[in-house]
Design a protein around this ligand. Structure first.
Ligand code: FO1
Length: 312
């Protein structure tokens, strides 16, 4: 059984490659929930939905989130009422949020709702929210006048297009959150644990912040392998550099190695970073060089295969 720590887009691409080379039913994904938020009274779980839609082959590839062939008639109709619609909910995507919101309101934990949504999309892969408890990323930014302001994740990422300079990142609820059902067992029982190429700060960071999770990974360090989301000093997609740099994490595969060194024994880095193998290994992490730019599903499958082989 394989366990993967997953955030959004990068993880979803990697996971679709992984389930192409191993039995999908042998894979458990522990997914970040700290991007979750509520809009128009609906409970949104972006990373769980990105992974679900991608593994179902229904994702909007170009957009990087939501469903293929999506329409936004409901958002356009909402504009009449003057409510904020900067967080775009597609008409079909809304069905997922309606179902999730109603099931949560009826008392089901997020883990149960997630299992029902995954089953409805025909997934054999098990998706586990890292926690069923409240967990929310908070981004503190510095305004032009020097004032600091703390934003919700989607406000910073979507509304302000991740342009506001970051001074701090926190995970509200982390102290009291408990690992979701099956999470610690999935780490303890896995033959291999893969840290997907997700944002180290706001996708993998919240997963590690849930008490007990990082310790569980440290205990399996020799079986934990990561895939660097940073290639040649820049993230493949998304704002990882705008979060790592302010937090003093070098924006490179070396910075990732140092950040993961206590729980990750091997890091797969891109061929463009082959010259940095010695620095990664100086961080106490074995470096494996591969093509990590998943421009198509064949490359994603090859990367998954090489990642598994690196800790065989
Ligand atoms: N990202 C955007 O850049 N703009 C949006 O309007 C937007 C809407 C949205 C709706 C549902 C959903 O599941 C994801 C959505 N995302 C949007 C992406 C989302 O902000 C990110 O996927 C994660 O929060 C960060 O990985």
């Amino acid at each position: 059984m394989l366990t993967a720590l997953a955030g959004g887009v990068g993880a979803a691409k990697f996971l679709s490659g992984l389930v192409a080379v191993v039995d999908p039913a042998s894979v458990t994904a522990i997914v970040n929930t700290a991007d979750d938020d509520e809009f128009h009274g609906l409970r949104i779980s972006p990373d769980l939905d990105s992974v679900t839609y991608t593994l179902a082959g229904a994702q909007n590839v170009a957009q990087g989130w939501g469903l293929a062939g999506e329409t936004f008639a409901t958002m356009d109709a909402l504009d009449r009422y003057g409510v904020p619609t900067w967080f775009r909910l597609g008409d079909r995507d809304i069905a997922t949020h309606l179902f999730r919101t109603q099931a949560l309101a009826a008392g089901a934990p997020l883990s149960e709702v997630t299992a029902r949504i995954a089953a409805a999309w025909g997934l054999a892969t098990r998706l586990l929210p890292v926690t069923d408890d409240p967990l929310a990323t908070r981004i503190t930014v510095r305004r032009a006048d020097g004032r600091e302001e703390t934003l919700r994740m989607q406000e910073w990422f979507v509304k302000e297009r991740s342009e506001s300079p970051v001074v701090a990142v926190g995970f509200a609820g982390a102290e009291t959150a408990t690992p979701g059902p099956g999470v610690l067992e999935a780490i303890a029982g896995a033959e291999t644990v893969i840290v997907c190429p997700s944002n180290p700060v706001i996708s993998i960071g919240p997963i590690l912040a849930v008490p007990g999770v990082r310790e569980a990974l440290v205990a399996r360090r020799d079986r934990v392998v990561g895939v660097s989301p940073i290639i040649a000093g820049a993230p493949v997609k998304g704002p990882a550099d705008r979060l790592m740099d302010p937090l003093g994490i070098e924006v490179s595969c070396v910075g990732v190695a140092r950040a993961y060194a206590d729980f990750c024994s091997t890091l797969v880095i891109d061929s463009r970073d082959a010259s940095r193998v010695a620095e990664v290994e100086a961080a106490g992490v074995r470096a494996v060089v591969a093509d990590t730019l998943m421009t198509d599903s064949r490359i994603a499958a090859a990367l998954a295969r090489e990642t598994l082989a690196s800790v065989a």
